[in-house]
Design a protein around this ligand. Sequence first.
Ligand SMILES: *Cc1c(COP(=O)(O)O)cnc(C)c1O
Length: 388
Amino acid sequence: MSELQNLDKTYIANTYSRFPVELVYGMGSEVFDVNGKRYIDMGTGIGVTAFGISDPEWTQAVTNQLTKLQHTSNLYYTEPCAFLAKLLCEKTGMKKVFFANSGAEANECAIKTARKYAAEKKGADYYTIITLQNSFHGRTITTLAATGQEHYHELFQPLTQGFVHTPANDFEALKETALEHKTAAIMIECVQGEGGVIALESDFVKKTAEFAKENDILLIVDEVQTGNGRSGKLYAYMNYDIMPDIVTTAKGIGGGLPLGAALLGEKVEFTLGAGDHGSTFGGNPVSCAGAISVISRIDEALLSEVKQKSEYIFNALKDADGVESVSGLGLMIGIKTTKPARDIVNKCIENGVLCLTAKDKVRLLPALNIPMDILCEAIEIIKSACAN
Ligand SMILES: *Cc1c(COP(=O)(O)O)cnc(C)c1O
């Protein structure tokens, strides 16, 4: 084991099982390790570096802001966070934005907003939030409670109360559960990411949105992973022709700096008042300046490129040797392989490609602007790793 790996093992909490790769620098969709070995980046730091590593426009936006003002607290006005909020609202029809620093925190804001909305409108006992089995919403005690995967819950009890999980794509079960409880909100990921890159059925999502609206139950869409162009639309809910009340996002929005956002629709625009919520770092001007450069470049041309590359990957992999199935939406792709996913990822590392896993699948989240020739090269390496 190298000196760095030893140091890390000694002093870093044991929460991650890292691959034996020491990354030093990168450019676009290529990243290099300490020995100068090149890897094609098919994971983008779990869907974060949306335009690749050290993308020139993003780097320029961030350094410009960094040399002016790196932080102010939320006691004062700064341009980047107000400009970014305007951009997000204009592109989604949402009314207001709360900025946080991560996905879990964006979801915490959504949950607090939903509870306050329901408490004021229907009564303090209307606090239940319905989420789906196999979902993932974060690692804080509350977002863990929202996460519909029992194995994350063990040994961390008691979790925050008021979350009930129902099966994905079973509208009748969801409706029954929502009516059985005093329900404040329903929270979904349009494509379950950590759960195995599984897109929800369109009929289920539409019926859920209609039911929520009819019953004045808030619809929260967790777009932490699916958002910011990843699905082939700016936000994945736009593939389903619905209008959520709250959209949460993080990961790709900051392009590599920590940033989360809860976008608040018409119903909840004024729910949170002064003092109800806050974050010291939320809306940091450097993170927001980077995010403006990300969000303003996600236009129709880029999104159609995302869809073309998605089609190429699906077609290249669906009948490949050792591939059982391919799932997902846009550049958020899950590959069920006959060999264990972790073995495939290790084989890919050997051959110069970085991939992710999600449950028993190999997961790909390449940069939205990955050049076609580099993408083709990576897919060939992934195919040969999957082959029996
Ligand atoms: C990653 C993820 C989160 C948690 O985001 P953090 O930034 O790690 O807190 C929440 N929801 C979904 C859908 C995610 O993919």
